[in-house]
Design a protein around this ligand. Structure first.
Ligand SMILES: *[C@@H]1O[C@H](CO)[C@@H](O)[C@H](O)[C@H]1NC(C)=O
Ligand SMILES: *[C@@H]1O[C@H](CO)[C@@H](O)[C@H](O)[C@H]1NC(C)=O
Ligand SMILES: *[C@@H]1O[C@H](CO)[C@@H](O)[C@H](O)[C@H]1NC(C)=O
Ligand SMILES: *[C@@H]1O[C@H](CO)[C@@H](O)[C@H](O)[C@H]1NC(C)=O
Ligand SMILES: *[C@@H]1O[C@H](CO)[C@@H](O)[C@H](O)[C@H]1NC(C)=O
Ligand SMILES: *[C@@H]1O[C@H](CO)[C@@H](O)[C@H](O)[C@H]1NC(C)=O
Ligand SMILES: *[C@@H]1O[C@H](CO)[C@@H](O)[C@H](O)[C@H]1NC(C)=O
Ligand SMILES: *[C@@H]1O[C@H](CO)[C@@H](O)[C@H](O)[C@H]1NC(C)=O
Ligand SMILES: *[C@@H]1O[C@H](CO)[C@@H](O)[C@H](O)[C@H]1NC(C)=O
Length: 868
């Protein structure tokens, strides 16, 4: 190579492993070896080595365009249509003919309408004429209100094993063709590695703290290898300050993409090389990079969440280790263990990395520094090459040495609930040299470390590396972590719930009167019309609203009679979906394997928020599941014909087992990240994302309650466990109080993340920027679970800076359904104020969004302490 003259072996030194004590670890095998320092000695113009951040290369997508409108367009292109989330109440339709409240000509979209409707006041008399037929159940305690005590309940038992119902038509023509994921098992659609198999296959997979991307001939080096990136705080790009929010928080932050710190490649790779994904699972996938299609010469990367090193398993190729930020120094640092050869690498951004080569023939591979951006191994190399970033000096290096040669190939989760305490384990299958004798090193996120049990805490190291959007990761030794979540909301049922009062199954006489005043109006809404829609999302919201309303009237208002007809109509409307006769029936997609809306088969993949491409299934189906839990509790005989269909939704959006041939394990909820991802099969610069944490929580709650209604104790316990984990992860990453240290200080005053991606966080929504939208989409639906994940101290901080009378967007001035959302949320900290809002004489029904009812909001406020 022409560059060789500028580089030469410059010194020899003996590098001894640090002798600091390392608690509870087997001693690493220490080779006292002379090590060669490969270092550039030629004089060089310093400026050439001042690596620019972000690199000045238009081919790398570094930063978001400064003009945010461009960016907003980009957001929409990422698979989420710019749609208003509420169709709102079609007042004209549902109130037509009711007490002459509204005529057809007054029909308006509620959020555009300021028409105030006169509705019965809570002081009016209770209607005396009630329908004669009764619900199949009586009131009160027949609907189970308490959970059976659980003892060591396994949370991952199968929901069901049979095929989806026969009327869900099989379709083999999914609009997203699977070209690169080689699996006969169901494929995870919403996980961190989708960039490996979607579209260009060059977008990043976020294992945390590293991200990996196939370079695919792009980037400054035009490499064909897989690049490893780790982004430090100093290169983050911050958006402009939002002056409308107290504290002037930045609107967004984003990690630069395209930084190629270390690339694991091979000299033979070129444009004929192909990347396929094997064994796509919940916590891992194997990226197989072949010299050419069908070639045996390959590098396999087990891509596993939390992996301590990025590992390439080479088969008969010449290793080429490259760096897009340039190599300052490489030290050949001997063998920490027999047959494992170590190199220390310093990059031009002052970061320190370690590289371990473990050849299958045990021969020293004698890597050579070929240029300021590449290191070469021997031809025909077979074995593993591992790289890790070491921010912790000798102490950190000792840990890395100790685990060198082994790597995780798949992850697993197990868990159980006893009483109100949940325990879950993350564990990994490992491979590599003497895998039995070497412990793994894995990175944990802050919410893991907080809930580690004592044994796991004892294996925590001092290696901390920043993650892209979740604070610092911490390296932990071992192949199993045990996490405990106490105070699971096991007593939470359908009734209002708060940490202080628990489940409030009986309301005061005042509250009951208020409910029964308002309910008749809402019970006359046209359930059929409001749920006969072209969207599973909106239909599900309608089902949830009416089920919750009927529950409230019959079980909290203690009046079955006035709800009987609505209940019958609700079950009839629900049946349209079970019969699969809705406007866009579901199909069973045999390509990726799941139950999808057929709306997106017609050409617009974004139809119904991208349901067909697996966006948002936990939101869409969660509403149906929650409604079904109520209907089945009110009328257990209903379950006979409907249970299989609802279970299909549960299995699709949140399956409990890894070996179901019809659905992947836990499509939405990511048991490593501790929350769900909403983005499905859409290639994305910034990885998966999720906007609505409250609808994510609603899904967990729906699973819990459907488990209770159907007597599936494992499902109920799993829902409780998910709620416990969500409470912690939302507190750490999404619902930001002043004490939050995981998000940048400049961002905290936004109080909510807006949309949290794997690579960026943006205080916005997919449908607009009004503060009540951005904050409100993390509030709704205000079901019993809201008070569990939305801590009072958080709600107070958010309210005071945003929605109080003297704040940015006073709730009193907000219009449309969002106003009701804000005031129902206010009940979590000031139930009396919420009560007064919802009982006011001049109540305007446009303040109630299409997924809620005033009746339930009244019960909610009363249950939390209002009106007494
Ligand atoms: C790397 O080497 C190339 C070729 O000699 C030179 O053009 C470039 O400036 C160097 N860059 C750095 C950062 O050292
Ligand atoms: C980036 O590159 C362009 C084109 O080569 C050049 O005009 C510009 O000054 C560079 N920017 C920086 C910050 O170096
Ligand atoms: C897909 O996986 C199967 C089973 O592991 C394997 O036999 C086959 O070679 C793989 N196909 C490709 C294209 O990699
Ligand atoms: C978690 O792992 C620990 C330690 O290996 C084990 O004792 C425990 O039974 C596991 N618990 C579950 C729920 O898998
Ligand atoms: C129930 O459905 C029937 C038939 O569509 C309709 O006439 C009636 O108004 C509905 N009642 C309620 C309370 O929804
Ligand atoms: C990443 O995904 C975007 C969006 O589909 C695509 O335009 C781009 O080519 C992909 N690859 C990279 C490296 O950005
Ligand atoms: C912030 O403080 C509250 C108590 O006021 C606590 O419950 C919460 O866990 C803390 N959050 C973080 C991220 O430290
Ligand atoms: C994360 O790590 C960085 C660098 O080690 C450190 O400066 C920062 O304080 C850490 N943040 C937290 C919340 O621990
Ligand atoms: C609104 O007033 C309260 C009470 O005086 C105060 O604590 C709070 O900081 C004010 N909020 C804003 C955004 O000014």
């Amino acid at each position: 190579m022409a560059f060789n003259s500028a580089w030469k072996a410059a010194a020899l030194l003996t590098w001894l492993l640090a002798t600091d004590s390392v608690n509870c670890l087997p001693n690493p095998v220490i080779g006292s070896v002379a090590e060669e320092v490969l270092q550039r000695t030629a004089t060089r113009p310093t400026v050439a080595f001042e690596t620019q951040y972000p690199p000045n290369n238009s081919e790398d997508r570094i930063l978001i365009p400064e003009a945010s409108p461009v960016y907003r367009v980009a957001l929409e292109n990422e698979g989420h249509p710019s749609q208003f989330p509420f169709p709102g109440l079609d007042l004209g339709r549902f109130l037509k003919g009711v007490n002459g409240l509204l005529t057809d000509t007054e029909t308006q979209h509620p959020h555009l309408s300021s028409t105030t409707q006169r509705v019965p006041s809570v002081t009016d008399s209770v209607p005396t004429e009630a329908p004669q037929t009764a619900l199949p159940v009586s009131t009160g305690d027949q609907v189970p209100t308490g959970a059976p005590a659980m003892n060591n309940q396994d949370i991952f038992l199968p929901v069901a094993t049979e095929a989806p119902p026969a009327n869900i038509k099989r379709r083999h023509d999914h609009p997203v063709v699977n070209k690169n994921a080689n699996s006969s098992a169901p494929i995870e659609t919403n996980k961190f590695y989708a960039g490996l198999f979607l579209g260009s296959q060059t977008n990043a997979s976020f294992t945390q703290p590293y991200s990996l991307a196939w370079s695919g001939g792009g980037g400054t080096l035009k490499s064909w290898g897989v690049s490893v990136s780790h982004v430090e705080t100093n290169v983050l790009a911050f958006g402009p300050k939002n002056k409308k929010i107290p504290g002037d928080p930045i609107e967004y932050y984003i990690n630069p993409v395209g930084l190629q710190h270390i690339i694991l490649s091979a000299a033979e790779l070129d444009e004929s090389s192909v990347l396929t994904v094997e064994e796509p699972k919940a916590f891992s996938a194997h990226a197989v990079l072949k010299r050419s299609a069908g070639s045996e010469q390959s590098i396999t990367f087990p891509v596993v969440q939390g992996m301590g090193y990025v590992t390439g398993v080479y088969n008969n190729l010449q290793p080429l280790i490259e760096s897009g930020v340039f190599i300052r120094k490489v030290v050949s640092a001997g063998s920490p263990k027999p047959g494992i050869f170590k190199y220390q690498v310093v990059l031009e951004d002052d970061t320190h990395w370690v590289l371990y080569a473990t050849p299958t023939d045990d021969q020293d591979p004698k890597f050579k520094l070929a240029s300021n951006s590449s290191l070469r191994g021997p031809a025909g190399f077979s074995g593993t090459i591992q790289v890790a970033k070491n921010p912790a000096g000798k102490s950190g290096e000792k840990f890395y040495d100790n685990s060198a040669g082994v790597y995780p190939v798949a992850g697993h989760v197990t868990g159980s609930v006893t009483g109100d305490v949940g325990t879950y384990n993350l564990s990994w299958t490992k491979a590599g040299k003497q895998a039995r004798d070497s412990p793994l090193i894995m990175f944990a996120l802050p919410h893991h470390v907080q809930s580690f049990d004592r044994t796991t805490v004892g294996r925590v190291t001092d290696i901390h590396l920043r993650t892209t959007t979740k604070g610092n990761a911490t390296a932990v030794i071992g192949e199993t972590w045990t996490m405990t979540e106490a105070n699971l909301p096991i007593d939470m049922g359908f009734a209002p719930w708060s940490p202080v009062h628990g489940s409030v199954n009986a309301l005061s006489a005042t509250a009951q009167r208020a409910i029964l005043k308002v309910a008749p109006t809402e019970l006359t809404q046209d359930i059929d019309a409001q749920s006969d829609l072209n969207s599973m999302y909106y239909s599900g919201k309608a089902m949830s609203k009416f089920a919750t309303l009927i529950y409230t009237v019959t079980q909290l208002g203690n009046n079955v009679d006035i709800a009987t007809e609505a209940f019958q109509n609700l079950t009839r409307s629900f049946d349209r979906f079970v019969q699969n006769e809705q406007q866009f029936p579901l199909a069973y997609d045999t390509v990726w394997k799941g139950a999808v809306s057929t709306a997106g088969y017609a050409g617009d993949l974004n139809a119904d928020f991208g349901n067909t491409a697996y966006n948002d299934h936990h939101f869409h189906y969660g509403y149906f599941i929650q409604a079904a839990a109520i209907i089945g509790a009110l009328d257990p005989s209903w379950l006979v014909k409907n249970k299989d269909w609802v279970n299909m939704l549960v299995r699709d959006a949140g399956n409990s087992v890894e070996d179901d041939q019809y659905f992947p394990f836990s499509r939405g909820f990511d048991w490593f990240n501790g929350h769900s991802w909403a983005k499905g099969l859409f290639e994305s610069f910034d990885g998966k994302d999720q906007e609505s944490t409250s609808e994510d929580t609603m899904f967990a709650y729906a699973v819990k309650m459907w488990g209770r209604t159907t007597g599936d104790a494992s499902m109920e316990a799993r829902g409780n466990m998910m709620l416990g984990i969500l409470r912690r992860s939302l507190d750490n990453y999404f619902l930001m109080q002043d004490n939050n240290t995981n998000q940048p200080a400049e961002f905290i005053a936004n109080r909510v993340t807006g949309i949290l991606f794997e690579n960026k966080v943006d205080h916005t929504t997919y449908f607009g920027n009004n503060l009540e939208y951005v904050q409100g989409i993390h509030m709704l639906p205000l079901l019993p679970n809201a008070g569990y994940t939305r801590q009072q101290s958080f709600v107070a901080q958010e309210w005071n800076s945003m929605f109080a009378a003297n704040a940015s967007a006073p709730a009193a001035k907000v219009e449309g359904g969002w106003k009701g959302v804000l005031y129902a949320n206010l009940a979590l900290i000031d139930p009396q104020a919420a009560w007064e809002f919802f009982t006011q004489d001049d109540f305007d029904y446009s303040w109630i969004d299409g997924g809620a009812s005033r009746t339930w909001y009244l019960a909610f406020a009363a249950g939390l302490g209002g009106g007494s």
